[in-house]
Write a protein that binds this ligand. Structure first.
Ligand code: ATP
Ligand code: MG
Ligand code: MG
Length: 483
């Protein structure tokens, strides 16, 4: 198995021109002669792009080239009007690294990195008209070059051979870890659902005990963690079926279909020769000064796996629990909620419970929910000071998610507050005792556990807006028994 991951860098401008990289603009409004490849235009390298590439290389334990160049990868397709993509070929900026990833059972698996190189994204084509659902049957192709020239880093693994049947799990764990790393470095938000990070899955099988690799298939642009895992699993089975029936695997690119979980044939894969790579004559070579590289190395943040170990100890949770927190994408929201003043267990409870459920239902990442860590921390504070109980807190969260405002505004608007007025509470307790004389007698007779029924009655009467512990105290007080 070999994984190629493309990451769109979060630089303000494109890799070789000053066009904006912001998303959502009118098609083709963020273009210039350089990213449109008009004659006479000349590219200039984005220094922040290079810096980000070096940071990624260092975090992946790579060597950083003393000297490297860009190369032209020639191909003819309308998504790149220059007729080539500016990329790197045999002289990448970073090479020979590794990334250690933690598997579900806590085992650490080392994925070797062949290289991380700089390149540019292509334009976006949308095929419309003609026979629906068939790209080549479309009558028109719409082209948006806003994306053309956005900096990309392509991170390529060496062939991963030791994973065996765990290959799908290793692939998912690797992409997860890489995403965390990219985010920790602050070089990209790496939102897969927005195409900021995408993975090509290369896979081949070979007979047990042999050395030569089999023919690979390459499943392009897989864009979620779950899909990476499924694409690997599907391709293993497909290759096995082809080989078992005496067939031969064709070297081709394939597409992963989210709905069916299967891959379908794309085009026959070009060989490197077909791209006629040659050094880009319009750009100067890149020779990062060693002092700069060392400065960047010294400024690397705590790596995600190390940080997880530390947080796991601080929060006092198991490997398994930490793994769930990671899978839910909850580490950063939880940490931010704690930073905003909430106790760790409360922060974990809300993000891993109510909010994870909501994110799951809406099929979005936790960080994309319309609630901030500060708002969650405020809900925790309201619970801690006794103005909300858990049930009410859930309604407040629901209100914030529904766009009703900050927690305090939701409390006001929905009239959600624990009935703390002792007079009102006392009256509700008196009523419950009067309505349930049998239960009251039992409690008076020493059966304290029966108090639960009366607490329930009071909670019902106050529509859940009372502090259950205080209600219980009041009941016992009024019946003259010790709690
Ligand atoms: N026979 C094979 N079976 C499985 N994986 C392979 C095999 N041969 C190479 N690989 C892996 O496939 C990936 C190839 O990526 P690389 O970027 O080097 O080339 P490419 O796919 O030909 O080029 P492009 O960037 O144009 O897609 C690497 O991760 C490599 O380890
Ligand atoms: Mg590649
Ligand atoms: Mg490839």
């Amino acid at each position: 198995m070999g994984l190629e991951v493309h990451v769109e860098l979060g630089t303000k401008t494109k890799m070789f021109c000053c066009c904006s990289t912001s998303l959502g603009a009118e098609p083709n409004s963020q273009t210039c002669p350089t990213c449109l490849g008009l004659p006479g235009s000349l590219p200039v390298v984005n220094a922040t792009g290079v810096e980000s590439a070096i940071k990624i290389g260092l975090a992946l334990n790579c060597e950083i080239a003393e000297w490297c160049r860009f190369a032209r990868k020639n191909y003819f397709y309308p998504d790149m009007p220059k007729n080539f993509q500016t990329s790197q070929y045999d002289e990448p900026i970073a090479f020979n690294g590794y990334l250690d990833v933690a598997l579900e059972d806590g085992e650490i698996f080392r994925v070797e990195i062949e290289r991380a190189h700089m390149e540019e994204d292509t334009g976006k084509s949308t095929h419309i008209g003609g026979a629906t659902g068939r790209i080549h049957g479309a009558s028109h192709s719409l082209l948006d070059y806003n994306r053309a020239g956005i900096p990309l880093i392509e991170i390529v693994t060496k062939p991963i051979v030791g994973a065996g049947a765990r290959a799908p799990e290793v692939a998912k764990a690797y992409v997860t870890e890489l995403r965390e790393l990219i985010r920790a470095l602050g070089v990209s938000e790496a939102r897969m659902e927005m195409g900021q990070m995408r993975c090509d899955v290369n896979l081949s099988l070979r007979p047990n005990g042999t050395e030569t690799f089999g023919t690979r298939s390459e499943t392009k642009n897989v864009n979620s963690l779950r899909s990476v895992e499924r694409a690997v699993r599907f391709e293993i089975q497909r290759h096995a079926a082809v080989l078992d029936s005496g067939g031969t695997v064709v070297q081709e690119t394939r597409h992963f279909n989210e709905d069916t979980g299967s891959t379908t044939s794309g085009r026959i894969k070009e060989e490197a020769e077909d791209y006629r790579y040659f050094p880009e004559p319009d750009l100067v070579p890149i020779a990062p000064e060693r002092a700069w590289v060392e400065e960047l190395r010294a400024a690397l943040p705590e790596l995600p796996r190390v940080r997880r170990q530390r947080l796991k100890a601080e929060w006092g949770i198991s490997d398994h629990e930490m793994q769930s927190v990671l899978n839910a994408g909850a580490i950063d929201p939880i940490v931010a909620t704690i930073d905003a003043g909430a106790p760790a267990d409360q922060a974990r409870k809300w993000w891993m419970g109510e909010l994870a459920r909501r994110a799951n239902e809406d099929d979005v990442e936790l960080s994309a929910l319309p609630i901030t860590p500060e708002q969650v921390a405020r809900v925790c504070a309201l619970v801690a000071e006794g103005s909300l109980n858990d049930k009410l807190a859930r309604q407040v969260i629901e209100g914030v998610l529904a766009g009703e405002g900050d927690p305090d505004q939701v409390v006001d608007k929905r009239g959600l507050a624990v009935v703390s007025d002792e007079g009102a509470l006392g009256a509700a307790v008196d009523e419950a005792i009067a309505a349930n004389p049998g239960v009251a007698d039992k409690i008076r007779g020493g059966k304290v556990a029966a108090a639960g029924a009366l607490v329930g009655a009071v909670m019902k009467a106050t529509r859940g807006q009372a502090d259950a512990a205080r209600v219980r105290e009041l009941i016992l007080e009024k019946l003259g028994v010790q709690g």
